[in-house]
Structures are given as C-alpha cells and as structure tokens.
Write a protein of this length. Sequence first.
Length: 148
Amino acid sequence: MIASSTNDEERASLVCRSCGAAQRRASARFCVVCGSRLEHDYAPSSALRASYRFAPVRLLEDRASARGEAAHTSDLCASTALAFMIYSLVPYVGIIFSPGALLFGLAGLWRRGVRHRASVVALVGGALIFVFQVFLWWILYKIPEWSR
C-alpha cells in the first residue's frame, strides 16, 4: 500500500500544478513550460502566466477538448488583429497599431479561419479607433490656434 502511494505521488510531481504540463525529468524542480516551482501549490498568478500560451499546442488542445470547446491556435491572423486593436487603444501612440489591426483583420477574413468573427471585430474596431486617433491628433494640432 505504501509503495503504490509513493508511485502516485511521483506521477503527480511529474505534472505541473499550474499549467498541467508533463515534466521530462523526475528530479525537475521547475516546470519547463511556465517556470513555476513544482514543489509549491497552485497560485492564481501561475494560471495567468500559463494562460499566455507558454504551454505546448497539444496541451491547449487537450484542455479545450476537455471543456468541449475548439482550440483556437490555428488562426493567428485573427489573434494578431485583436492584439493590434487592443494596442491601438492607447491615446496618440495607438495610431501606430491601427493599420496593423486593419491589415491582419483583412488577412483573417481572407483566410476564412476558425475565428472569422474575431477578424470582423478587429477590422471594425481598428477602423473606428483609427478615426478616433486621427481626431485626437487633429485636436493636438489645433490647440495652439485655439489658444491665441
């Protein structure tokens, strides 16, 4: 009975509690995927780090299939377009990222990937944010005239 419980503990220590990645060595102290300590319990910050897709694609697909969802790792254009759209929300500097949201949104529509809706959201959002950014730059240009 004691021998079987130690085998279960050894198998459990070979799996990271944060991201679920299997470890290659039994003597590993840190996870090769997310970098968390294997001896420590699960922490919310570890889940946040693991959510940034440091895990292998196979692990993400296993998690998605366990939840009954499709893994969205195949359509990188839509994901990149959404990232550009979020970055373009920064006032004044965001005008640099708006064209990227538009270009990658169009590429996502052209590819007709899994995340077609995300490409449309990034395309429309990127266009609206670009118009707003141009308006902000116009205000910045007009302030010296208005102050006279």
